[in-house]
Write a protein that binds this ligand. Structure first.
Ligand code: PLP
Length: 370
């Protein structure tokens, strides 16, 4: 049996490989998952839905109440002119990414992706027959995706650009001028900008901007995994321009399909219920970020200050060796090259772990004597 060429050109995620290294005494700082409980009102909504027998197929784009709540969120918080008809509820933001890539990309099309960037971008582009073109995010630019740099990569074959702010693995938050500049490129060159905004609420003292405010050529992707600590529900969504929605739906309905009825009720409760848990979680993440950045800097490790998500992306000589030494101390990290060629020289720490565990992890890293 021989797998297809598309599948052969993809490696299994470097993060998953690190999970295999997790032992009994390990502190796992490789995981991109909030370590908080899913808020009670969300869990209660699922129990109610179960008791009411809400356990059947739903429409492929998702229940209308949820799409209305999402449209309201996008309009009021992100200044995106979304309507329930422009929204498709997906299996996580991952499902939205997969459908977007498959609906847009033909064999040989180029898609500009942030590098270092979330592992699925490169894979989704390749699986849809496209060619990922890495746009280097530089440490000395706070890992921002700079429109002038992206413009240099645009060719006649470019079909789409993926952006991600706040970003994984860097925690970088794009400035308004960056977001507007990228939106302008999409408009001027008739390209689609896929904007992954899954960390839009996990942000410290900066403002989040959505490119769909500035251009019609944007597919906005978001989800519930991170903001509401509900990764296991597997629910996200995309909002697309009317010209694209039907094409996206073809991929969505035949390949990935809608998420579960219960996850949709959970997401509805998340959006329409109390939001205190989000503020509390973000405040705690900020406290942890300050701890980790401070401790790494005290160890003499270069680490810039991320303004969003829950990752730091420090640099050091021979980070692979550092990750190996950390593993000997039972601290699991991810080498920067897992996020693309320009992740070289770095490693990623996720601070989605308790403050106490992070303190212990920093003690262990310090004891390496790097
Ligand atoms: N986009 C980014 C930037 C992520 O970091 C992740 C998960 O780590 C996802 C998308 C996928 O999110 P979901 O759990 O909603 O599929």
């Amino acid at each position: 049996m021989k797998p297809s060429k598309r599948v052969q050109c993809i490696d299994l995620s470097g993060i998953r490989k690190m999970f295999d290294m997790v032992g009994e005494n390990s502190i796992n700082l490789a995981l991109g998952e909030p370590d908080f409980d899913t808020p009670v009102h969300i869990r209660e909504a699922v129990k109610e839905a179960l008791d009411e027998g809400f356990t059947h197929y739903t429409g492929n784009t998702g229940i209308v109440e949820l799409r209305e709540a999402i449209a309201h969120k996008l309009q009021t918080e992100n200044q995106i002119p979304a309507s329930p008809e422009s929204i498709i509820v997906t299996v996580g933001a991952s499902g939205a990414l997969y459908s977007s890539a498959h609906a847009l990309v033909d064999d040989g099309d180029e898609v500009i992706i942030p590098d270092p960037g979330f592992v699925a971008y490169d894979a989704c582009v390749k699986l849809s027959g496209g060619v990922p073109i890495p746009a280097q995010l530089k440490d000395d630019n706070d890992f921002r995706m700079i429109p002038e740099d992206v413009l240099e990569l645009v060719t006649a074959k470019t079909k789409a650009i993926i952006m991600n702010s706040p970003g994984n693995p860097t925690g970088a938050v794009l400035e308004k001028e960056d977001v507007k500049g990228l939106a302008d490129i999409a408009t001027d060159h008739n390209l689609t900008l896929i904007s992954d905004e899954i960390y839009d609420k996990i942000i410290y003292g900066k403002k989040h901007y959505s490119p769909a405010t500035y251009s019609d050529n944007v597919v906005t992707i978001n989800g519930f995994s991170k903001t509401y600590a509900m990764t296991g529900f597997r629910i996200g969504y995309l909002a697309a321009p009317p010209t694209l929605t039907e094409e996206l739906l073809k991929i969505h309905q035949y390949s990935v399909t809608c998420t579960t009825s219960l996850a949709q009720k959970a997401a509805l409760a998340a959006l329409t219920g109390p939001q205190d848990s989000v503020g509390e979680m973000v405040a705690e993440f900020k406290r942890r970020r300050d701890l980790v950045v401070g401790r790494l800097r005290d160890m003499g490790i270069h680490c810039n200050l991320p303004h969003g998500a829950f990752y730091v992306f420090p640099s050091t000589d021979n980070p692979e060796k550092f990750v190996e030494e950390a593993l000997k101390k039972d601290v699991v990290l991810v080498p920067g090259t897992s996020f693309g060629q320009y992740g070289a020289g770095h490693f990623r720490i996720s601070y989605a772990a308790s403050y106490q565990n992070l303190e212990e992890a920093m003690d262990r890293l310090e004891s390496i004597g790097w």
